[in-house]
Design a protein around this ligand. Structure first.
Ligand code: NDP
Ligand code: OXD
Length: 306
């Protein structure tokens, strides 16, 4: 019986140490060095190569090492077992820290002043009056973000797939209410999962529903946005700025127009990074549940794709 970590793009030595400490009797192996694939019962994955789990014939469950599962689900040879994801209040707090920082950056026009400095341009301007925020995706992260901005005095609207009632938030649901959710927001924050429905959802038509001159922040997944439509919306003034933490292709390729666009701020997918201790605790809990035949924590609905 073993746990396989199929996380090729990260150094997982601290995760291995945490798991060894918490599960001293369980073999923890790192893909591709799996001595006995037929002994693997539980796999922890992040951007796993397609087909890498196919040899785990006794696999009972898969745990995403992140909150999102889109990269896990792209594997057409994914074994047909339960999939769960990380849900962590600490991760949501980190996301809020990023979002409130970026909203302050845009309020104070720091994006412009940082751009002006190498040009030695002295162009003082009053803060941008950003007072209302729309959050697309009202799940674990979106609700925490919405609550923060309500307490900070913003008017907040939230958009989700199913209808909700949340204190202080104007809630909208479904494609038919998208325009109402965003049309008066000074800042639109994307916290949707990437699914068949949300892939390229933010296109020209959707950006045209935004309040003219809105600021757009994408901390969800790059492929939710049509890149060309975003650039056009910026160039036409429909958006005045965009802050992007996630991209269709990561790392963002050299020469991509986002790198040098004066109205775009790029950060390298760091808005909320999985915490090793809390992830280890959830992995252990789910491994034990799996051994006892109990339902996993934070299980993904495979039909919905999130
Ligand atoms: P949740 O699954 O908890 O929430 C997803 C929300 O999106 C729900 O409110 C859901 O609606 C809504 N939603 C899903 N599909 C649609 C749709 N078609 N139309 C409208 N609303 C929809 O996810 P989290 O809050 O935990 O995370 C959101 C995403 O953030 C992750 O999937 C991941 O991609 C990204 N992320 C990015 C990080 C980073 O560092 N940049 C870090 C962590 C996560 P409903 O409530 O009705 O189900
Ligand atoms: C996640 C991420 O989904 O880091 O957790 O993007």
């Amino acid at each position: 019986m073993s746990i396989a970590l199929v996380i090729p793009d990260r150094d997982v030595s601290r995760l291995v140490a945490e798991l060894n400490q918490r599960l001293p009797d369980v073999v923890i192996e790192q893909w591709p060095d799996i001595a006995q694939p037929e002994q693997v019962e539980f796999a922890v994955v992040w951007k796993q190569p397609a087909g890498s789990l196919a040899d785990f014939r006794k696999l009972k469950a898969i745990q995403s090492y992140g909150a999102g599962v889109d990269s896990v689900l792209t594997d057409t040879a994914l074994p047909d077992v339960a999939l769960s994801r990380i849900v962590d209040p600490g991760l949501a707090d980190d996301m809020v820290r990023y979002l409130k920082t970026m909203v302050s950056v845009y309020q104070l026009r720091l994006d412009r002043f940082i751009h002006d400095q190498p040009l030695q341009q002295w162009r003082p301007k009053r803060p941008r009056p950003l007072e209302s925020i729309a959050v697309l995706g009202m799940g674990a992260l979106g609700q925490t973000a919405a609550n923060h901005f309500i307490k900070a005095g913003f008017q907040v609207s939230g958009w989700s797939r199913s209808a909700k009632q949340l204190t202080g938030v104007r809630c909208y649901a479904g494609v038919g209410q998208f325009e109402d959710a965003v049309k008066s927001a000074d800042v639109v924050i994307c916290l949707l999962p990437l699914t068949k429905e949300t892939d390229s959802f933010l296109n020209e038509q959707r950006f045209n529903c935004f309040k003219p001159g809105a600021v757009f922040i994408n901390v969800a997944r790059g492929a939710i946005v049509d890149d060309r439509a975003l650039l056009a919306a910026l160039d036409m003034g429909q958006l005045q700025a965009a802050c992007l933490d996630v991209f269709r292709q990561e790392p963002l390729p050299a020469g991509h127009p986002f790198w040098h666009h004066p109205q775009i701020t790029v950060t390298p997918h760091i808005s909320a990074v999985t915490n090793i201790q809390t992830a280890a605790a959830q992995i252990v809990e789910n491994y034990q549940r799996c051994q006892q035949g109990q339902p996993l924590l934070h299980q993904v609905d495979m039909q919905r794709g999130y």
